[in-house]
Design a protein around this ligand. Structure first.
Ligand code: SAM
Length: 219
């Protein structure tokens, strides 16, 4: 049987509607995350903000438009191509001073920004994740059958200053699963708040396509 071309697969009205919905969701979730950030770590506090798995840089650059200090914003991604693209997008917005670096979050520490204490690891006021924990969880399991994502919560916690925040948006995990995975004595994370996303009802049950949860590290 002849394989369908990529264009054919995505050109049906149903697929187009789904693509439209998901790209609209991408925009809405960025807006909602930005609103949360502005409420909880306002631009006037000059927070150090790091996005883990920053892709093309959309989320971190959206903060720039809300008057966050460009020198304090950073994104890391283990894809060199993603980093290159985010730098190009930043340059087009005359925001070259935002730092985008190639870094595998599970094995490397993100580079310190100027003005950060180089002797400390827990230097970030806020860590953001939109879809990266989901992507990491899809990685190959180790010989013991563990997902690479088991390392993520402690890697995140060690980078955040006491009292700092971790805001994650996931489409693969429920809010309850995120709480179970991230809240522990080892991470020092406590549940802080959540972002409400549009809900749908199917078979008498209602749910949300994605969830966003904020955790705060103990002081
Ligand atoms: C689903 S994409 C989300 C990108 C971006 N946050 C967004 O919302 O558009 C996940 C991103 O995480 C990156 N990523 C996956 N595993 C990573 C790792 N171990 N360290 C750093 N980045 C990683 C991928 O390269 C990809 O850009």
């Amino acid at each position: 049987m002849k394989a369908k071309s990529g264009i054919g697969v995505f050109s049906s009205p149903f697929s187009q509607a789904l693509i439209g919905k998901s790209s609209r969701f991408g925009v809405e979730s960025v807006e909602k995350m930005v609103s949360w950030v502005m409420e909880n770590t306002p631009p006037s506090s000059d927070p150090f903000v790091l996005e883990v798995g920053s892709g093309n840089g959309t989320l971190i650059l959206a903060l720039l438009e809300k008057n966050y200090l460009a020198q304090n914003l950073a994104g890391i991604d283990y894809s060199a191509d993603a980093v290159k693209l985010s730098k190009l997008v930043a340059a087009a917005k005359e925001a070259d001073v935002v730092t985008f670096s190639a870094c595998d979050f599970l094995y490397e520490d993100p580079p310190h920004l100027p003005h950060m204490d180089p002797t400390k690891t827990d230097v970030w006021d806020l860590l953001l994740d939109k879809g990266t924990y989901d992507a990491i969880a899809l990685g190959n399991k180790d010989e013991q059958g563990h997902s690479p994502a088991i390392h993520y919560p402690s890697r995140a916690a060690r980078l955040i200053r006491p009292g700092g925040f971790f805001l994650i948006t996931s489409c693969n995990f429920t809010e309850e699963e995120l709480k179970v995975n991230f809240i522990s004595e080892a991470t020092g994370f406590k549940h802080h708040s959540r972002i409400q996303h549009p809900t749908f009802t199917f078979g008498g049950k209602s749910g949300s396509v994605c969830c966003s949860v904020a955790f705060q590290k103990a002081n």
